[in-house]
Write a protein that binds this ligand. Sequence first.
Ligand SMILES: [Cu+2]
Length: 806
Amino acid sequence: MVLNRLQQLAHHVTATAAPPHPFDPLTSAEIDAVVAIIRKEHGALHYNAVTLYEPRKAEMMAWVANPETAPRPVRKADIVAIAPGGKVYDGVVDLESNKILEWKHTPDVQPLITMEDLQEVEHVVRKDPKVIEQCGIIGIPPEDMHKVYCDPWTIGYDERFGSGVRLQQALMYYRPHPDDSQYTYPLDFCPIYNAETKQIIHIDVPPVRRPINKAPPNNYHPASIEQEGGFRKDIKPIHITQPEGVSFEVKGRTIEWQNWSIHVGFNYREGIVLNNITFNDKGNVRPVFWRLSLAEMVVPYGNPEHPHQRKHAFDLGEYGGGYMTNSLSLGCDCKGAIHYMDASFVNRAGASTVIKNAICIHEEDAGILFKHTDFRDESIVVTRGRKLIISHIFTAANYEYCVYWIFHQDGTVQLEIKLTGILNTYAMNPGEDTKGWGTEVYPGVNAHNHQHLFCLRVDPNIDGPNNTAFQVDAVRGPGEVGSAENKYGNAFYAKKTKFNTPREAMSDYDGSTSRTWDMANTNKLNPYSKKPVSYKLVSRDVPPLLPKEGGLVWKRAGFARHAVHVTKYSDDEIHPAGRHVPQTSGEPSQGLPAWIESAGSDCSIDNTDIVLWHTFGLTHFPSPEDYPIMPAEPMTLLLRPRNFFDRNPVLDVPPSYSRTPTQVASGAGACGCKKSDGSSVLVTRRTTQSIGFQSFNVYQSRGQGWLPLIKAGDVMVENLTPSGELRRGDASMRDLKTRLTADVKKALVGVIADLPRTAFVDYYGYTRKVADHGKIYDNVSNEENTFSPDGSDTRPGRKGVTTEDC
Ligand SMILES: [Cu+2]
C-alpha cells in the first residue's frame, strides 16, 4: 500500500508537472512523499517541520549559470520530527531516490513550538485544579473557567527546568464576554505546561497578588465602536485599478519586473525567502543578491521582576514566521491587481497542509521617481515611479508583523516591516507603581517595555559571489581650523573601513556619523567614480540590544549584540540563533557567535563569498495610543546601488510630463491642476530678468489641450528681490498665492477662482478684465498679445499650446 502510494506520488511529482525549480518550496505532494518515506522506516512520529533542504550553493550557482548542461540540483527535504518520549530527530530525504540520506537523534534540544502545540494548552489550563485555585484567589469563580484564556509562549529559558523537557509558559487572561479583548484582563500568575505529559507542572505566583481588573472592556471590534458613537463617515472610496493588467510576469515562482528577476521562496521559519536576485542592466543580467530573508528576531521585555525575564520571544526560531503566516485577502491586506502564492507545510500528524494566499505580490504607485524644473524658463521633467511589493503577514500571539519586500525601479531593495496587533499586557493594582518598566495604557493594564529586534540575512552577489564589506562613516576632515589643510574647518568625507575579519565586522550603528555599510565587489570599479560596484545598507532604526552583556537574552540572542556581523558563507548557516531555539540557555551561544568562533574570528572575509547579518528594529515604550490595538508602526531599511550603475538607471522610464527649454519658448507643453468644473487652469511663470520683473502665463484647458488665456506680460510682479524668491521652488498655485504682492495675488486668485466665467489681471497697476463667461477679451494690454475669440494665441510664431492635459 505504502509503496503504491509512494510510486503514485513520485509519478505525480515527476510526470504530471514541470519539475519544481530547485529553489521552490516543497509542494504538498513532495511533503506527503517525504513523510511516507520516513514513516516506512521510523513509524509514527510527530512532525515539527518538513521543508526544502536548500541546494548547496556551489552546485546551485553552477546550475543557474548553465541550466542546460550543469546537473540539476536534486530535490531534498529537511526534516525535524519528535518521537514518542520527546526524542528529537533531524533528517534529510532525497526526493529523487526516495531515500533517507541523514537521520540522527539530536539530544537536549527543543524544536520550535507549532500552532498545534500552542492550541492544546488552553484546554489543559482551564481544567487544571491548581490553575482553578489561582483563578479563585484573584476573583474568578470555578464556573467562569470557560472565560479564562491563555497565550502559550515558549518558556524562553528557565534554569529551574533546563532544556530536557519540552515546556510552554501560559500567559493568562480573562474575557468577561467572548468578544471582549482579553488583554484588558491579564491574570497575575503564570502556569508552566509540559508538552509531553500535557500537564501543568508548576505555577509562578507573584509575591503581590493582583485581583482581576474591574475596568470596563476596552474593545476594537465594530459593535463596540458603534456603541461609542460609530465609525467616521467622511471617507470616500479610493479605487486602485490596473485596467491593462500588471507590469510583472510570473514564471513559476520567478518574478520579472522592471529589469529585476527574483525567485520567491517561502519556508516555515523565515517566511519569504528571495533568491537569485538579478538586475538587467541594458541587456547585461547582473547578479545582485543570492539570498535575502528575515532570518530571526527577538522581542526582549524590560521588566526585571520574575518571571517576566522569560518574555523574550524569538518569533521566527521559536514559532516560525511561515507557520504563523496569515491567509491574505484582496482589498484588506493588499489592494489592486494581486498575484498570490500559497504555502505548503506539514502538520503534526505528517499530512501536508496549505495556507492559501500566504504571499501577496503587487505593484503600487511610488510617487515621484525624479523631477526637475529649470527656474529660468519653467522647462521641466517629472517622472512617476512604481514599486513591486512581495509581502506576507504573520501573527505572533498578540502581535502582527507585516513584512514587505519592496523592489524599486532604480535598483533599490527596501525592506519595510509594520508592527501592529495588540500589546502584551500584565496585571496591575490600582495605583501600583510600574517602576518605569511599563506603562499603564488603560486602568489596570500594564504594558511592559520591550524591543523588536529583527535579523536580516543578506547573501550578497554583487556582480559575483566574491564581495567585501565596508563600514562607511561621514567624518570631518583632519586639520584644525586655521591649519593649511583645513583652513576654514569645513572639510568632511566618507571614511570607509574595510572589514577584513568577522571580528572587525562586529559593528554597531552610529547615527552621529550617518553610518552605513557597503557590500562591494572590489574586483570591478565604476568607470567614472573608480569606486567598487556596491550595494549600501542604509538602516536607521537600529537600537542596541538593551539586555545587558552576560545576561540571559544577550547569551541566547547572540546575533543581536551588534548591528552588523559578517561571516564567510557556509551552506548550513541560515538561522542566527541556532537551528533549534526554544529552551536554549545561551551557554554556549548558538548560531552566529558559534559560527564565528568555529570559523575563526580572524579568518579572512576580504574578497570572498560573505554573508552580512543586520539586526535592526525598535524599542517600544507602550502608550495608550497603542491600545486596545496598535496603529501600524512602520520601520524600513534600504539596500541601494552605489557605484553600481554608470548613471541614473531609470532615465528610460517614460516621463509623466516633460518640456524642454525649446518647447517652452515655442509655447508648447504644460501641466496643470483640475478645477472642480472640469476645466483646468495652469499658471506658469516667465522671468524677465533684465528688468527684474516676473510675468505669468495663464492657460486654460477643458481636456482638449491648453489654450493660452493670458500670455506673457499681462501679469507683472514688481520689486522682485535680488535673491529671486519667486524664482525658487515651483510654480504651483500654492506658491503663487502665498508669495506674490497683494494686488497681483488678488488678480490671480480672481483668474483662478472665476474661470471660465471671468478673469482679471493686474497690469501695470490697472485691473483689466480679460475673460468673461468663457469669452476672452482681445487687446487687454497695449503689448503684442492678441487672442482670437477661441482663445488660441495668434501672435506670429506662436501656434498655440498643444500639450495635453496631464
Ligand atoms: Cu512593541
